[in-house]
Design a protein around this ligand. Sequence first.
Ligand SMILES: [Zn+2]
Length: 484
Amino acid sequence: MKNFFKIFTGLYILFLVSCQPKELIFEDSICIQNISTIDPMDGLKENQTVIITNGKIHKIGNTDSLLLSADNNIIDGTGKYLIPGLWDAHVHFAYIEEIAPLMFDMFLSAGITSVRDTGGKVDFVKLWKDKALTKPTTAPRVMMAGPLLDGEPNVYDGSDASHPELSVGLSSVEDVISQIETLINKDVDLLKAYEMLSPEQFKKVNELAKANGIKVTGHVPLSMDVISAANAGLNSMEHLRNLELSCASNSDELLAERQKMLADGNDMAGGKLRTSIHTAQRENALKNYDETKADEVLNVLKEKNVWQIPTLALNTFLSNKYFADPEYQKSYLQLPDSIAKHWKNRSNVLKDFPMSEAFAAQVDFNLKMVKKVYEKGIPLMAGTDTPIAYLTPGLSLHEELEALVNTGIPPLEALKTATYNPAKYFNMEGELGSIKENMWADLVILNTNPLEDIQNTRDIEVVIKEGQIYVSEDMKADLKIFRN
Ligand SMILES: [Zn+2]
């Protein structure tokens, strides 16, 4: 009885306390009050208050029950939307080295708080990864692959401006082993296999990646087909590259022909040899596209959990012509003058460039396959290939999201490809990619609802990286948190 009384008294006091409207103070915190949160898994929740402390999401509650003292650092989220910080899952710091020093700011201002570098000289990319690690609130998180692991002749050999030295040409399986040992010592987060590898080399890349607990992404080597690459352990495919060659009714003949061309073209430059194979086979493969064969290939990709980074804006660039829009071209002003000028000139030439029948067929294939990949439940990630093809670092990710939605993928699912999915790809879904307590506070406040129109991901008010707030000067004046 005595015990019961104690419990009863305790409950009674708790009841009284909870009846009092209690205004809470969160020291050294930022409180985003009365915002609609959009979690990639749970969808939209209205009237939420989110407390950020020590770089992490400390607490999330309903605005009516989580009452805040006016002494807190409050951002009024009324009428606004909170999404997780975005990822661009396919970038190249090393493609135009002059742009690299500007990329952190360009990514952050576009709401991108994490990137995945898919190929470049390892020491150059590592410089940016290390910079980001030293000051994580000032830069996006950088996950890197190191150089493209290519066979010989290698494609990105530094021979001209469109083939900068992004790859290493490996002539044997032994070369693969020693190169990967070097990369593991430099803390790469994944490996990138490229198109000129032999099947034996490709198998070794996958075997060593597994042994070191990291993933292999890549272009399916021209010496293989998609099914054998998936069976060898490929974890993800960039650009749906060479998928069409495996979805044709004559895919076996095409493979035999490719292997012969590779053997015969041994003394050609890598870029030329690759182009000659693509030219000889792509149109042929698309003409012989076979729905049953495509289903067979996609079923293997699903079964083996081979992620897809379709870089759809890039793959369809001559049909969607994002670069032709004067609004889009304004983003070039963020680049060094000479590059901005060159990009603008090229954009204006290309905007009137007629699309060939072959390219149109390739575009149709890409659009169709992205939809199929999504419907099969094969995981997708949004990536751009910036700064290739006038894809401005930052803004281009929003073009990619729009391109994904235009295939019929719902906006929330498209958001997932740039938030939760890349986090999961790197086994980091317990730390970021969702709006949940204890996650890193990598967040973006939008003025308008991206679920109604995916273009609204561009309507950014505030970007938060591990608790550090970034706003434009105009916005600062409106936010109490920045007033003295
Ligand atoms: Zn790339």
